[in-house]
Design a protein around this ligand. Sequence first.
Ligand SMILES: C[S@@+](CC[C@H](N)C(=O)[O-])C[C@H]1O[C@@H](n2cnc3c(N)ncnc32)[C@H](O)[C@@H]1O
Length: 263
Amino acid sequence: MPTLQLTPLLHCRSSLLSPENSVFRHRKLRLRCSDQRQALFSRIAPVYDNLNDLLSLGQHRVWKRMAVSWSGAKRGDNVLDICCGSGDLAFLLSEKVGLDGQVIGVDFSRNQLLIASSRQQERSTLCYTNIEWLEGDALNLPFSDKNFDAITMGYGLRNVTDKERAVEEIFRVLKPGCKASILDFNKSMEPITGVIQEWMIDNIVVPVATNYGLAEEYRYLKSSIQEYLTGKELEQLALAAGFSDAKFYEIAGGLMGNLVVTR
Ligand SMILES: C[S@@+](CC[C@H](N)C(=O)[O-])C[C@H]1O[C@@H](n2cnc3c(N)ncnc32)[C@H](O)[C@@H]1O
């Protein structure tokens, strides 16, 4: 039976939905606070999967399969998907590790986890019963050291308030010799790729999101990519956190990227 454990979260400030603190107040949506990001992902949760399919023309499924493959997860493994959202990567991990294995999907948005849990219940495949959803913070993972055989993180690292800390946490809970695979938008060194990304966000993503009443939320994507790290910077961050190896792969013509790190 799927479980959804709700652990208490530490919030950086109270009452993020108060008018003076509302994300709607900031046109550029530079979300400095974890609470604001948590609220944003809870708001977009009901339409998140539809929009992913629409905006990537279904391609995000291929990139997620690649990310899971790079994680090295195999039958019987105990694996973790951080910032699991509605569960796409956790479902793929579940198929990889089988019923001998165990998957934990962790996210700080309760709404996203509730959707993940209901998707799990809708799916009749037995193997998905090996997934547990846990409310928790990527910056303070509720696990002991050296716990997991593989870790994935899809479109999460760009969204956390402290990327260094998130990578250190991944290092801490991963077993020695094992891999983590971190998929996200690529902050490309090629100016043309940045121009294409920004054009797509302004002319496709935001107009489509507007139809769902979520223009501001998706406008945040642009600043989050601008403030993200390049592939080289991500590799350096991982090595500084203690990983023995870090390789960044550009995918989707450089629009997306996947960091693969080995402890
Ligand atoms: C863009 S969604 C990605 C969801 C899913 N991994 C996917 O690829 O479809 C980012 C997710 O990260 C979660 N998130 C952001 N910061 C977090 C944090 N500090 N701790 C836990 N989850 C976080 C959000 O709640 C959201 O569900």
